[in-house]
Design a protein around this ligand. Structure first.
Ligand code: TXA
Ligand code: MG
Length: 344
């Protein structure tokens, strides 16, 4: 039979659902639109599918994946919930919140998906298609659909740019409505924010009380077993090819720099290399356009992308977190993992 097209439309839902489920159940890799960013889905209970996923992304096997399920019952099957965690689920699911909990071995999730650790990250995504696929398969792992360390994909085009030749299907659902990855909260002990996202810290503390400590950012580095969990140590991630220079106002942009701008201003240095995240300085719009903006400015060939100051208000904290990691020192190319990871 003829090879499947790499890309199909998310509508009608039933056709996309059938194609995605068939491929994932057969051990394949399918990129689906979520409300945050595109996710690269594999069967969370299949060791071989999960190993293929790590290899396609070039992701270190020490960095665990988020398990996506259709509903709270699906999450309870794989994770040991506490009452406060159930309150979070009731308040924010389906939606852009990932909850880290003790793993239930009887849930049957691949060890490799959890990087061999005792905890599991679970999320119920918002789009009906994603939830239907997760429900049909049972549980799917879905990291952002980009090669490890690079800019996440917020459109089907960006997924193809990142992963063409390495995956089986991209379902095109248009641009991602939120544009940055889910908030990750660790509920294995005192509630702790691991990754800021669309659900802001004050919304979480309204449900579970004050969060412990400062944001560690563990969820964006080498993961719970990795060496990079120290507070304040930014692991390079979400990185374009160009280097980033943060908190740069219009009149400080250098002649050879592109400019990622919040507000109406244009870089006097190189007007055509200005990308406006949001002319009205709306932080939700800025989050939605962040990764596309980084990709667009990377495509100009500029060696450096200067970035406007972004206030750490609401989703602005997530934007600042991602930009900080994108600006962090990078490992030498020889240290980047491109080899398939061994699943254990
Ligand atoms: O919005 C999202 O969360 C997207 C969409 C597709 O759902 N997915 C996503 O996955 O961002 P990924 O793999 O790019 O990021 C998952 C983060 C990683 O930084 C990982 O370290 C963290 O979640 N994580 C996964 N399991 C964990 C665990 N057991 N403990 C702590 N952090 C964990
Ligand atoms: Mg990612």
């Amino acid at each position: 039979s003829p090879a499947l097209p790499l890309r199909i439309d998310a509508a009608p839902l039933e056709a996309a659902r059938e194609a995605a489920v068939r491929l994932i159940a057969a051990g394949g890799l399918v990129a689906l639109p979520s409300e945050t960013v595109y996710g690269l889905c594999a069967d969370a209970r299949s060791d071989t599918a999960v190993a293929r996923l790590y290899a396609a992304k070039g992701r270190p096997s020490t960095n665990p994946l988020i398990v996506h399920v259709a509903d709270l019952a699906g999450a309870e099957a794989v994770a040991a919930f506490t009452e406060p965690a159930r309150r979070l689920a009731a308040a924010f699911w389906p939606g852009p919140l990932t909850i880290v909990l003790p793993r239930r071995a009887e849930g049957g999730i691949s060890d490799a998906a959890c990087a061999g650790g005792p905890t599991i990250a679970v999320r119920v995504p918002e789009p009906a298609l994603f939830r239907a696929v997760a429900g049909d398969v049972g549980a799917v792992v879905a990291p952002s659909a980009n090669r490890s360390g690079r800019v996440s994909a917020t459109s089907a085009d960006a997924v193809v740019e990142e992963l063409d030749g390495r995956i089986d299907l991209v379902v095109d659902g248009g641009p991602s409505p939120i544009g940055v990855e889910s908030t990750v909260i660790d509920m294995t002990g005192a509630p702790r924010l691991l990754r800021p996202g669309a659900i802001a810290e004050d919304a979480l503390s309204a449900v579970v009380g004050p969060l412990a400590g400062a944001t560690v950012g563990a969820a964006s580095d080498a993961g719970p077993t990795g060496p990079l969990r120290s507070p304040g140590l930014l692991a390079s991630h979400y990185a374009p090819r160009a280097r980033l220079r943060l908190d740069v106002a219009a009149d400080e942009v250098r002649p050879d720099e592109a400019w990622l701008a919040l507000g109406e201003a244009t870089s006097p240095a190189r007007p055509e290399w200005t990308y406006r995240l949001s002319p009205s300085s709306d932080l939700r719009e800025a989050a939605r356009r962040l990764y596309h903006g980084l990709r667009a400015l990377d495509a100009t060939g500029a060696a450096v992308i200067a970035v406007s100051p972004i206030p750490a208000i609401g989703i602005g904290a997530a934007i600042r977190d991602r930009l900080g990691r994108a600006a962090a020192p990078r490992p030498a190319p020889s240290e980047l993992s491109t080899e398939p990871q061994k699943a254990t």
